[in-house]
Design a protein around this ligand. Structure first.
Ligand code: ADP
Ligand code: MG
Length: 690
């Protein structure tokens, strides 16, 4: 069978009717007598169409003729269609499709395709000729429930029209049941690659499905992944949270094994293994794994790939609990066989491994840091908090740490998974989800192997804590498709559907770097929660306040309307002539420390405010060198989140920011408003601080 091929009208109709979806029309011999008999039976006006499996978009070549009112018009239509089909380079057809002309209604699309990562993906939205142009559809993965389809519809403009936008509501139940049935059809027929029901003409009561396009090909199966066994979870947990660890390939400073050994010295019990050395950096060195006084929790492998495989087996045999394999030379250089061997050993001994070809794990609670970057070249955060990071790229993981360090942020745990031939992103997410030390999770993702597992685990984890995702590789690279559905529902759409259904915060509009993720994590972990999204903007210097206020509303937050009490208090503070109630609040260029601090206090008390943005020109004459310390103290007493943005790029500004950061008082430049709007949503959803 060709890769993908449209099935005949008859086969499509039979298949859909098995799933309770009625298709309009019948096939008739291509001559006036047969077609006219059929037209009399269904009643004029009728529609005549081609029935070719080769022709995918029928109206494009003039092979759909609408509103045929009598036998004479039917005769003309037959001639016209036969002519157009010939002109387009196709053979004359033995049969044509005759349908009753559907009464005008609202055209809906229900479509589906088999996504290679997530399995059946269903979309619903506006139908008709202009679907690609209108792009008004929402996707979802898996077997759909009534709630799923209702949510999908609510995300589209079509859904609003169905609900009765400027008119009577339409038959929503019909679309819900068609979408649910299509999702079952796709799950039970993996060789059905694409389906387009377009249009389904929808009425107040009922519908007419006038075009059903079904593409069949080689089946696409997405393996169902069973629940992770408890034993495997325990093994991974030991690798991530070890009290004892062995470093296979530990060495002198300057070597990779030396850097990692040094970075791990905070682990309670650390054993270096190297057959050539007696001591490493003052610690007794073991010649082999067999000599260790106890089976360690974590095995950290730095030796070359060929040697790492037997060493991993040895580690399993001595009772090691879980492994972090940093070694390269595996699938990434064409040696997938070595990854396969690790995978096999892992199954045989029940020992989970992270990597290979990764930077491994930082755990600031136990002192584990397997990153092989020398400490003078990158930052090492040692103060722990509830932030957990999972990165599919070691380099991005490192950049994230550096961004965090330069803002003096804290970090709980970070895992870089490399080739992930053993433990995948989903399993690490599962572990961090159950980890009481981790309160918020950030992920940098490139691709996922098993989408369904990621979705299922995600649903569980996001019930307990927020999970934020940035993803590389969402643009471009669309595969060739035959249906509207497949062109609307490319890989990026499937991933977005996964995020929505799992409850992940997918940060779609990224800046050039992962700083947006870092700033969200920073805001979440250094502020009390916000109850809503009404923001007060306070500025020393009017322009900055106005710019920020615009962005506040652009990002979906609201500008707070101050209470009368606040307005009066601000008027008194600024000694203004009339009531002072504007937001953004400009504290003017002669602002001193007292005025700024007092204004923040007044605004923090206002019940109409949920969060404060303070934009300051530290350069103005009356703000003093003592302001930073007073800000630090003030922030401790605030009941609402406050984001402080010192404006400008002078040395004075840089130095003050650095000083504030050191006092665990983060300051922000770009991006900050979008992160704030996301943080507000998270506070609202979880109803607590992090
Ligand atoms: P294709 O999508 O292959 O071009 P369709 O069968 O969907 O062909 O026909 C094109 C358009 O013609 C539809 O989007 C719909 O607006 C209209 N149409 C087709 N069949 C009917 C029908 N039986 N009744 C009313 N309108 C129809
Ligand atoms: Mg169509």
């Amino acid at each position: 069978m060709a890769d993908r091929k449209q099935i005949s009208f008859y086969d499509a109709k039979t298949l859909l009717e098995k799933y309770n979806i009625k298709v309009s029309g019948e096939l008739c011999t291509n001559n006036i007598d047969a077609l006219s008999d059929a037209a009399e039976r269904v009643g004029y006006p009728v529609v005549l169409k081609t029935n070719s499996e080769e022709i995918v978009h029928k109206s494009d070549i003039g092979a759909v003729i609408l509103n045929i009112k009598n036998r004479e018009e039917l005769g003309n239509a037959i001639n016209k269609i036969n002519e157009n089909i010939k002109k387009a380079g196709y053979e004359m057809q033995k049969e044509l499709l005759l349908q009753k002309m559907a009464a005008p209604g609202f055209e809906i699309l229900v479509g589906a395709h088999q996504d290679p990562v997530f399995g059946p993906l269903i979309i619903v939205g506006s139908g008709g000729k202009y679907v690609e142009l209108l792009k008004d559809s929402a996707p979802a993965i898996g077997l759909l429930t009534e709630e799923d389809v209702t949510e999908m519809l609510s995300l589209t403009k079509a859904g609003k029209i169905i609900d009765g936008y400027r008119g009577e509501p339409l038959d929503k139940k019909v679309i819900i049941s068609i979408a649910m049935n299509i999702s079952r059809l796709m799950a039970e027929n993996r060789d059905i690659l694409e389906i387009d029901l377009n249009p389904i003409v929808l009425y107040k009561d009922g519908f007419s499905l006038v075009d059903a396009r079904i593409i069949k090909g080689n089946p696409v199966f997405v393996e169902a992944v069973p629940e992770i066994p408890q034993q495997r979870k325990n093994s991974l947990n030991k690798a991530l949270n070890p009290e004892s660890a062995v470093i296979i390939g530990a060495s002198h400073p300057g070597k990779m094994g030396g850097i990692i050994f040094k970075n791990c010295l905070r682990i309670k019990k650390l054993y270096p293994v190297n057959p050539k050395l007696d001591y490493i950096q003052g610690v007794k060195c073991y010649k082999s794994l067999k000599e260790l006084p106890e089976p360690p929790d974590a095995g950290i492998f730095i030796i070359n790939a060929e040697a790492a495989v037997p060493a991993f087996e040895e580690f399993c045999k001595i009772g090691g609990k879980g492994a972090i394999i940093l070694s390269d030379g595996f699938a990434e250089v064409g040696r997938k066989d070595l990854d396969d061997k690790l995978f096999e050993l892992s199954g045989k001994y029940g020992v989970a491994y992270i990597g290979p070809n990764c930077l491994g794990v930082i755990n600031n609670f136990t002192g584990l840091n397997s990153f092989f970057i020398p400490e003078h070249r990158t930052s090492i955060i040692e103060k722990p908090n509830g932030i957990g990071i999972i990165s599919q790229s070691g380099g991005i993981g490192m950049e994230i740490i550096e961004m965090m360090e330069s803002d003096n942020m804290r970090l709980g745990k970070l895992v870089s998974i490399g080739n992930a031939s053993g433990v995948g992103i989903a399993e690490i997410l599962d572990n961090m989800g159950e980890d009481p030390d981790i309160s918020v999770i950030g992920i940098y993702l490139e691709g996922i192997k098993n989408g369904r597992q990621f979705l299922d685990i995600g649903k569980k984890v996001t019930k307990k804590k927020p999970v934020l995702i940035i993803k590389g590789g969402t643009g471009g690279g669309a595969e060739a498709t035959m249906s509207h559905t497949a062109s609307l529902a490319g890989n990026a759409e499937a991933f977005k559907a996964c995020c929505r259904q799992a409850g992940f915060y997918f940060i779609e509009t990224m800046t050039e770097d992962p700083k947006i993720l870092v700033n969200i994590l920073s805001l979440l972990t250094t502020n009390p929660m916000a109850a809503g999204n009404r923001v007060a903007v306070v500025s020393v210097g009017g322009g900055a306040g106005i710019l920020l206020a615009d962005q506040v509303t652009d990002s979906g937050m609201n500008l707070a309307v101050f209470s009368e009490e606040t307005k009066h208090a601000l008027r008194d503070l600024i000694k203004a002539k009339k009531i002072f109630g504007a937001n953004p609040v400009d504290l003017l260029g002669d602002c001193d420390d007292d005025r700024l601090l007092e204004a923040i206090k007044i605004i923090d008390k206002d019940p109409n405010v949920d969060g404060i943005i303070t934009a300051i020109y530290l350069q103005v004459p009356y703000l003093s060198e003592y302001l930073p310390d007073r800000l630090v103290d003030l922030k401790k007493s605030l009941t609402k989140p406050m984001l402080v943005s010192p404006r400008g790029f002078s040395e004075h500004v840089f130095n003050t920011r650095k000083y504030l950061n050191k006092k665990d008082f983060p300051t922000y430049t770009i991006p900050m408003i979008q992160p704030m709007s996301i943080a507000f949503k998270i506070w609202k959803q979880y109803g607590r601080a992090f």
